[in-house]
Design a protein around this ligand. Structure first.
Ligand SMILES: *Cc1c(COP(=O)(O)O)cnc(C)c1O
Length: 321
């Protein structure tokens, strides 16, 4: 599986791990990021994008998201300080972040770039798969992700031999062989049975991702005139882990309720930006700090999207909206 997935992600190395969060966390450990360091990410994400930084004992610094729900590259540089060691761009909803600008800033300030690719397996940016666009990347194989197994799993990709070898030891107690331990480590191995399953499902991933993109395009055609839909730019090929529309916040909750009465379950990814979560009180952010993330949290609706969704179901969702 590791060989197959490295090839799929167009990277030199891949390592199976216990889950996607560990992939990000162990990458930070391999980069020797910890106390006194700052790591930049976006508050419009799943909580794991930030807790991995806290778990590494570094400080989380947020930068607001842009209209594409990804980190706003125009606000990135002002968040960089002498303590900044890494940027974690999140390819949220399966849509690649603006990696050229992120990498250029990282190079200028000597920072690591760690892609949170949990939602974006197979997505492309300027023709290249995500996962090999920065120094390292973390992916999740959670059942809800585009490549999901039966339980938890994840993997790490990189083109950097040093990071690869270090994460390989960190996931296995820090051991360099059966009896000798080089560094304090963790136990974060991907179960062999799950790896086998991932390998079987990987053969179907491209056709599933194609279907995600077809569904997105059907939604766009049907809904462009009445709500804000995500648009692919020429640079990117999103895999639409979520299809997130935006509507007026005065009607958002009523629309979701109404859709439910029509048998259409929707969710919000994510209703509480991370900087306003209870756990984040140590970071001392407040309401108003990240206006896009906060406003979008009140306007977003994730529509049903999965490969098995058929045309009449899609038309029912569109007609209901
Ligand atoms: C799912 C997800 C993760 C964490 O993956 P797990 O396998 O659940 O640990 C991290 N970041 C994002 C953006 C995710 O969606």
């Amino acid at each position: 599986f590791e060989n197959e997935i490295a090839q799929y992600c167009e990277t030199d190395y891949a390592l199976g791990l216990a889950n996607g969060s560990d992939a990000l966390f162990l990458a930070l450990k391999a980069m020797d990021i910890g106390y006194g360091d700052e790591v930049i990410t976006c508050p419009n994400s799943f909580i794991a994008s930030a807790w991995v930084i806290e778990a590494a004992k570094a400080k989380t610094v947020f930068v607001d998201c842009d209209d594409d729900f990804n980190i706003d590259v125009n606000k990135l540089e002002e968040a960089i300080t002498e303590k900044t060691r890494a940027i974690i761009p999140i390819h949220l909803t399966g849509r690649p972040a603006r990696m050229d600008q992120i990498n250029a800033l990282a190079r200028k300030h000597n920072l690591f770039v760690l892609e949170d690719s949990a939602q974006a397996i197979g997505a492309r940016y300027k023709g290249k798969r995500v996962g090999g666009l920065g120094d390292a990347a973390g992916y999740s194989l959670h059942p809800l992700k585009n490549l999901g197994i039966i339980g938890d799993g994840g993997f790490f990709t990189t083109n950097d031999k040093f990071l690869y070898e270090k994460v390989k030891k960190l996931r296995n107690h820090g051991l360099k062989n059966r009896d000798e331990c080089e560094m304090w480590g963790f136990n974060s191995r991907l179960d062999s049975l799950q790896a086998r399953l991932a390998s079987i499902k990987l053969k179907h991933l491209n056709s599933w991702n194609t279907r995600f993109r077809e569904i997105a395009s059907t939604y766009r055609k049907g809904l462009n005139a009445i709500v804000i839909t995500p648009q692919d730019s020429a640079d990117e090929e999103s895999v639409y882990h979520n299809f997130v529309i935006r509507v007026n916040k005065e009607i958002r909750d009523d629309l979701m309720q109404y859709l439910l009465t029509r048998g259409v379950e929707t969710k919000v990814h994510y209703p509480i930006p991370i900087h306003l979560q209870e756990c984040a009180s140590n970071l001392k952010y407040k309401k108003g700090d990240f206006p896009n993330a906060e406003n979008f949290a009140l306007e977003m609706i994730s529509l049903p999207i999965y490969p098995e969704l058929n045309e009449s179901e899609l038309n029912h969702v569109i007609g209901s909206i």
